[in-house]
Design a protein around this ligand. Structure first.
Ligand code: SAH
Ligand code: SF4
Ligand code: F3S
Length: 471
């Protein structure tokens, strides 16, 4: 297989860079923007550079290699990247730091043009389809001192076998599919991540089994549209099924059987692909957390249509009802975009109505950000910024009041909490998460870390719950 040979070749480059770096005690800094898929990519980048002999530090002033893994789903990430690049100029002049930028934003020509023009001291630019070639790019830069641009615009492949350095030793992300075929009109992701392609079930099962052996308890399955797993053309060419896995539902069931794993989460499913077999699999798999992320984007059928979401307000609400009926103790979280082109006051009120009706556990709210190259950007009926902001504030107010009410329901209940370790704000206390992903803070022995324990909730606060460990 070509992809296998390619990875073998890259492993040789890892060795070559390791030889060059031998004895030099080199340091790297990485900044990751964007979603959990990008974080998972960064874990692979860290795995690669650590095998090359670099050691991670958390300030770029003293780094020999600076890596930026970028996102372009909304505008603000661009300002952040250019700000950092500006600051790096002086450091680069002083230390000769190698600057490498990868990720989604690098798939955009206007961005790479700007980097060449305004930040010409950048050494390596790589895209989402060439992450696996980072060892080769870095080797060539070190050898020839030449700048590298390694961005290609293709449908995409699946590469297995890169090293990985996990951020946690208890929770792990496992990407199950890459790319997206949905082309929601506001969204840049399909243009920068290529077409949908699923990993082979065998590779996923082996990865999760390995994680279970290493003591991981919680697995989050990642993809832009996880419930269309194995539906792409690429799979139809590849084969029929593996150990009974031929869909997202059967994958969930198979992972549920893996001993040692105690919690399974997944993001993001698409409402249009939320078929009954997936609902059944969630209901019947005890390890699958009953907090489901179900992106709404808008509660208005008109806006959903212009967004190309392929469901109506009513279909979304029917799906929620069906899920609530079949899955006891179901809670839901969602993503909402405010102020998409053409959104009227009435449309926005539809969104508020759906939020009121569903009563989400958590709502991730975004102000619509025009993305170059998407159909949404070309729409002529854009909403003025001040109206977008006012609507956003109204939605935020509603969501916060719902969260406050909802938190009351937890008080005096007993929750299973996966203990993550000392709390960031008070190291005397421990922190962990409920199955519904609420942060819980409580007193306890440090040895409780990595365990799932019973906690009685004693009080609620906007963004966390306080609890008491019960034996
Ligand atoms: N594939 C996932 C989400 C990917 S992006 C899904 O479909 O749910 C994460 C979230 O960012 C989206 O759900 C959407 O709410 C938001 N988003 C995407 N493009 C955006 C844009 N142009 N402006 C504002 N928010 C956007
Ligand atoms: Fe973007 Fe839509 Fe694909 Fe999600 S499903 S990544 S929002 S195009
Ligand atoms: Fe951003 Fe790319 Fe994820 S655009 S949200 S990092 S897929």
């Amino acid at each position: 297989m070509e992809t296998k040979q390619e990875i073998e070749k890259q492993k040789q480059y890892i060795e070559k860079v390791k030889q060059i770096n031998k004895g030099s005690n080199l340091k790297y800094y990485i900044l990751t923007m964007g979603c959990q898929l990008n974080e998972n990519d960064s874990e692979k980048l860290c795995g690669i550079v650590e095998q090359m002999g670099y050691e991670q530090i958390d300030n770029y002033q003293e780094a020999d290699l600076v890596l930026f893994n970028t996102c372009c789903v909304r505008e603000n990430a661009e300002d952040k990247l250019f700000g950092k690049l500006g600051e790096l100029k002086r450091i680069k002049e002083k230390r000769g730091t190698i600057i490498a930028i990868g990720g989604c934003m690098m798939q955009e020509q206007h961005i790479t043009d700007k980097i060449h023009e305004s930040y010409p001291y950048t050494d390596i630019i790589f895209g989402t389809h060439t992450l696996h070639k980072f060892p080769e790019d870095l080797y060539k830069t070190l050898e020839s001192k030449k700048k590298m641009q390694d961005v290609i615009d293709i449908e995409g492949e699946v590469y297995e076998g890169l090293p990985i350095k996990r951020m946690s030793n208890i929770k792990a992300s496992v990407t199950i599919m890459y790319g997206c075929n949905n082309f929601c009109t506001y969204c840049i992701v399909p243009y920068v991540r290529g077409r949908e392609r699923s990993r082979h079930p065998k590779d996923i099962l082996e990865e999760v089994e390995q994680l279970a052996k290493e003591g991981y308890k919680e697995i989050t399955l990642l993809g832009q549209n996880v419930n269309s797993y194995l539906r792409s053309e690429q799979w139809k060419e590849n084969g029929t099924e593996y150990k009974g896995i031929n869909s997202f539902a059967t994958l969930l069931r198979a992972i549920n059987e893996i001993e040692g794993i105690e919690r399974i989460r997944f993001i993001s499913p698409h409402p249009k692909d939320f078929t009954d077999d997936v609902i059944e699999a969630i209901a019947e798999s005890e390890k699958v957390c009953k907090l489901i992320h179900l992106p709404l984007q808008s509660g208005s059928t008109n806006v959903l249509k212009t967004m190309n979401r392929k469901y109506t307000k009513e279909q979304y609400l029917e799906l929620v009802e069906k899920m609530k009926k079949r899955i006891p103790n179901l809670t839901l979280s969602t993503d909402i975009i405010v102020g998409f082109a053409g959104e009227t006051e009435e449309d926005f009120e539809d969104t508020l109505e759906v939020v009121k009706q569903v009563c989400f556990e958590q709502v991730y709210m975004f102000i619509y950000s025009r993305r170059v190259g998407t159909p949404g950007d070309k729409m002529t009926n854009q909403i003025p910024e001040d109206i977008k902001h006012k609507r956003f504030d109204r939605l935020k107010e509603l969501v916060e009041s719902q969260i406050a009410d909802n938190n009351q329901k937890y008080v005096k209940t007993i929750q299973k909490v996966l203990v993550e370790g000392p709390s960031k704000n008070n190291s005397e206390l421990l922190t962990g998460r409920t199955e519904s992903n609420k942060v819980v803070i409580f007193e306890g022995e440090p040895q409780l870390k990595d365990k799932i324990i019973d906690i009685e909730i004693v009080s609620e606060h906007m963004w966390y719950l306080k609890g008491k460990h019960i034996n």
